[in-house]
Ligand binder design. Structure first.
Ligand code: IPD
Ligand code: CA
Ligand code: CA
Length: 256
């Protein structure tokens, strides 16, 4: 299944690059939440391919796909994670395909078609970047860490705006990047390029695939207050494991 999922992600990546070169149609889903014709074309392609290869599997896609399967497998897909970057020509976005069996993520593929980096992991088999095994970093403290986070689309109105946590984490670490693709951010934790990443107000398609890449690379995922990670939930705190408790203490100590 990982071979098929990887091929589908690579082909969807080609669609994104072609669409971007041809010129995009950009619409607003919310005041700062964009969607392009490429998001829809990528999802359509991915769903067609998944249906062909796995006719009994369910599919949940950001751009509206809801396929009820006749097995306990569910694909959770984001046709472009990082649409704002994509629409601006900022080269940090990805295609994210996660596969759940019941409540558990069993496979994840995250592909950046600009850098041509493809992250993949299968339960119990390790995590890979373009076929080479990857693992999380060995850094032990937040003081030595490079972190990433992000802000919700309703930042202007929500109380859970993540600003206070971002401020504190920035002051105790070597920096907190706000890069714009949660799926890729998770994979950079897996590859040892970041020590930690957290974000609230996300969706299953942002976090399912990347979460297994982190855990299979030896890292840890949880909710932002230390609760069990839920792939069909809305938040994630991911790390190399070594800085996890320190990061959770910081996030838990912040008043919303
Ligand atoms: C977004 C990205 C971004 C995160 C947003 C997500 P989208 O996904 O993952 O990094 O900060 O919360 O919604 O909308 O580009 O698929
Ligand atoms: Ca997304
Ligand atoms: Ca998306």
């Amino acid at each position: 299944m990982i071979k098929q999922a990887t091929q589908i992600a690579l082909d969807a990546g080609e669609i994104l690059i072609e669409k971007r070169a041809a010129g995009l149609t950009i619409e607003h889903k919310g005041s700062i939440d964009l969607v392009t014709d490429a998001d829809r074309a990528s999802e359509k392609y991915i769903v067609e391919q998944l249906k062909k290869s796995f006719p009994h599997h369910g599919i949940l896609g950001e751009e509206g796909t809801r396929v009820e399967g006749s097995s306990d497998f569910l694909w959770v897909i984001d046709p472009i994670d990082g649409t704002t970057n994509f629409a601006h020509g900022f080269p940090y976005f990805s295609i994210s395909l996660g596969l759940l069996r019941g409540d558990e993520v069993v496979l994840g593929v995250v592909y950046n078609p600009v850098t041509k980096e493809c992250f993949a992991a299968e339960l119990g088999s390790g995590a890979f970047l373009n076929g080479e095994r990857i693992s999380v970093s060995k850094i032990e403290t937040l003081h030595e860490s490079l972190l990433a986070s992000g802000f919700p689309y309703d930042i202007a109105t929500t109380k859970e705006d993540n600003i206070k946590s971002f401020e504190i984490a920035t002051k105790v670490s070597q920096g907190v990047r706000c890069l714009g693709s949660a799926a890729l951010d998770l994979c950079h934790v897996a590859a040892g390029r970041l020590e930690g990443f957290w974000e609230l107000s996300l969706h299953p398609w942002d976090i399912a695939a990347g979460s297994i890449v982190v855990t299979e690379a030896g890292g840890r995922v949880s909710g932002c207050r230390g609760q069990k990670f839920r792939p069909l939930g809305h938040e994630v705190c991911a790390s190399n494991g070594r800085v996890h408790d320190e990061l959770l203490a910081l996030l838990t100590g912040v008043e919303p």
